[in-house]
Design a protein around this ligand. Structure first.
Ligand SMILES: Nc1nc2c(ncn2[C@@H]2O[C@H](COP(=O)(O)OP(=O)(O)OP(=O)(O)O)[C@@H](O)[C@H]2O)c(=O)[nH]1
Ligand SMILES: [Mg+2]
Length: 275
């Protein structure tokens, strides 16, 4: 590394750059924890600490604001809205997969405002929002601002009836990206179903001679090695020699590729730099 910061620092810095909301604060704390404590890094530590206190203040302000208005800040790598018939189990579903605590009751229209949660699966965060069954223009605008709409098919209402009603909503609102999900789905299958519909890929980075880093970097489909280098740090671009890849985009394990190589979901990438 041409600077005196450990490689891990750049990885965490990249994660921090991508993070939003509360997650950003957590990543900045982590970044501080991997920043060296020696004299040469004193200025950097001071800058990071200042940024941390700024972020904390901003987050407080945002939270106060979002309580008042309908706009919900986007967090995670995608937003998925949950739509279903009244009383079909949307709040129960949201609670199960995100740990959020919306009110759940046996009568319809219990949820009166969008309820937000974060679905976490193997280092990937997906924002989930329950759209109130009233389906007013205001709450539907949140569904339209989502990358995907999840139509929940509950157990306590006739399935054919639900599908019919939900298809009417899809047609009327002209939703293009949606999935139907039964309420008894398991986490792994749910994640796969969502992931398939998002135009994203998971890239795992690795340092030579070390284990791959568990949390993937999320990129747009069609991204190349060059885009990954840009995301990590400008030095990876400047001193790039070649990359070694194991995964769907490699012809064989640890194939050596150039900077224009197109990545695929699940690739493990090792970037080699000029001395
Ligand atoms: N039998 C059965 N009951 C369920 C299931 N999921 C939820 N319920 C019950 O159905 C009722 C409604 O659940 P909610 O999760 O509040 O449903 P919702 O779609 O959020 O309802 P609203 O917000 O009022 O439109 C509650 O009494 C739940 O306990 C399920 O899978 N099976
Ligand atoms: Mg509800």
């Amino acid at each position: 590394m041409p600077t005196n910061l450990p490689a891990e620092w750049y990885i965490v810095k990249e994660e921090y750059g991508r993070a939003t909301g509360k997650e950003k604060i957590e990543k900045l704390k982590k970044l501080l924890s991997v920043t060296p404590t020696h004299k040469g890094a004193e200025k950097l530590r001071a800058q990071l600490k200042k940024k941390l206190s700024e972020l904390k203040k901003e987050e407080m302000k945002k939270r106060k604001l979002s309580r008042k208005s309908m706009s919900i800040p986007k967090e995670g790598c995608a937003r998925v809205s949950i739509i279903g018939l009244p009383n079909s189990g949307k709040s129960t579903f949201l609670k199960k997969f995100t740990g959020a605590e919306p009110k759940i009751a046996e009568y319809p229209y219990t949820t009166t405002k969008p309820e937000v949660g974060m679905f976490k699966h193997r280092g990937i965060l997906i924002q989930m929002i329950e759209i109130p069954s009233t389906l007013t223009r205001e709450v539907l605008s949140i569904a339209h601002s989502s990358e995907l709409v999840l139509f929940l098919v509950g157990k306590n209402i006739d399935e054919a009836q639900q599908l019919k009603e939900l298809r009417k909503i899809i047609e009327k609102e002209n939703f293009k990206r949606y999935i139907f999900v039964k309420s008894d789905i398991m986490e792994e299958e749910l994640f796969k179903k969502i992931w398939k519909k998002l135009d994203l890929i998971r890239i795992y980075t690795k340092e030579h001679g070390k284990k791959k880093i568990d949390n993937p970097i999320i990129m747009k489909k069609g991204s190349k090695v060059i885009d990954l280098c840009k995301r990590l740090h400008k030095d990876f671009l400047r001193y790039f020699k070649y990359a070694k890849i194991k995964g769907p985009s490699a012809k064989f394990d640890w194939e050596r590729v150039g900077i224009e190589h197109e990545l695929e979901d699940g690739d493990i990438v090792e970037i080699h730099m000029k001395e």
